[in-house]
Structures are given as C-alpha cells and as structure tokens.
Design a protein. Sequence first.
Length: 319
Amino acid sequence: MTTPTRTVLRLHRLLPALLTLALAATATACASTDDRPKVVVTTNILGDITREIVGDEADVTVLMKPNADPHSFGLSAVQAAELERADLVVFNGLGLEENVLRHVDAARESGVATFEAGKAVNPLTFQAHADGGPEEEAGQPDPHFWTDPDRVRKTAGLIADQVIENVDGVNPKRIRANTGRYDERLADLTTWMEKSFDRIPDRKRALVTNHHVFGYLADRFGFRVIGAVIPSGTTLASPSSSDLRSLTEAMREAEVRTVFADSSQPKRLAEVLRTELGGRVRVVALHSESLTDKGEGAGTYLQMMRANTTTMTDGLIGN
C-alpha cells in the first residue's frame, strides 16, 4: 500500500520533468503561433477586404478599431511593434492615416514589405468646389478611393499579388480563388449601386458632406459635389465662418437641403447649417470612413456600401 509520504516523494521527483514538458509545450505553441504568416492592415475597411483575400492562409491583424476616424486614430507601442513583425503591411496611404504613417515608414525601413493601396489605383485629386475648398489640398491625391467599388476590385487583386509575393507559406491557388469569389461580389455591388442611384433625378444628384470624402463615388456614379462643412479632405481641419457662409450660399443655389455626415464624427458642425439655412436642412449619417462592429449595419465593406447607397438614395430623392 502506498503511503501519503511516498506519494509526495514521487511527485517531488517528477516535478522537474513535468515542468520541462510544460515549458516545452508552451515554447512549441508560441513557436507555432509566431510561425504563422502575418499581414497587418492599418484601416478597418482595408482590413475587411484583405481578410476576404487571405482567408485562413495567414493571420490578418487590423489596427484601426470599428467606428474610429482614420485621420486621427493612433497606435499603442504593442501595435507599432506588430508592424515590424509582419510579413506584409497593407495601408491606405495618400496621407489618410495621419498618425500611423510614420510607423509604416519605420516598418518599411526595417525590411517589412508594405503596400500603399491608394497610390496603386490611379488616385483622383481633390478639386476646388463651390464652398471654396479644399483650397490647400486642391490638386493633391484624394485618399478615399474605397467609395468607388471598381477601384476596390483593382485593390483586391493587387493585395492578392502582394500576399503571394511577400507572405511565405500561403497557398497561391487559394488566394486566387478567394480573390475571384470576392471580385464577383464586388461586381454585383457595382451593378446594384448603379441601379439604386438611377432612381435619383439628375437635378438632385448633388452631395454635401461633413468633409470631402465622396469624390470617387461622385466621379464613378455621376454626382456633383457641392461642398463640405469642413472644406478639407481630413476631419482634423476646422471650418471658418466664411467657409460656412460659402457653403450655405452654394447649397441655396443648388437647392440642396441634405447634408451627409460620417457616423463616426460628431454632427455639431453639420447642425450649424440648420441655423444658417433656417432649419430646413436634414443631417443624415453615413458610414463613410470606418466600418462598424459586426451587427451594427456596416460590419463589412459590402454592407457599408449597400447601407450608404440606400441612405444616400432615400435622402436625395426626398431632398
């Protein structure tokens, strides 16, 4: 019969071996996790697109949280370190992620492959509008290319190329298959958007937004951009009283009574127009620069674009 004392002695002798096995298992688990291919993406819109392309072939880390502002979000030290451990970094560029681009540059300098999506899709430039802006940015590339689904189709294919070229261990055939399936869904989105916007009379196809974000959509689907509350391509700028006067005059002339404001931004600036135009302005929320959490209406790029198209169509028909 085994006594309690002998049992304790046996456990004591086995303890070093058990600890060694446990440490070895932990090290193996860590090694297997660290060995997984890694793609890091700055914005959540590009993150969703990249996940559709990559599937289960690599880990995809998205730095920007849902309902955030790409112009102002920043990184923790841990997130900044993730960039330099990635096999590939996908970022929007063209100045969009204003507080993150220096970290992307640091990762590139350390030898990480990076892909600037906005620069690769024949970017449009900011144009001066009736509101007088964006004066300082006129002629500069517009980073908001995702409002044109055709450019996103091109982006998806280019991301696939980058993943296959730079991320070891992925299966190129699976990446191409994922890309093909997603391309079909993007093509369907474009067709659906065209049919939806066709319901809007030409005289009502005029946009006023919180800041200049829908230039690509306007160019692709035949809208006129009247102006923006913030006469800039970034939410970090602020309107002057003369900016607001210029915009309200342009709105009166174009008979526009609907302002589309990004859902991630306070609507205070757009609300000012209600006073300027005698309270006859509707402020309608769109998901223009960030996805939402899952289940909140714009959890994916496809959901965001469909939600925005429906909201814009209804808002302008009733304008």
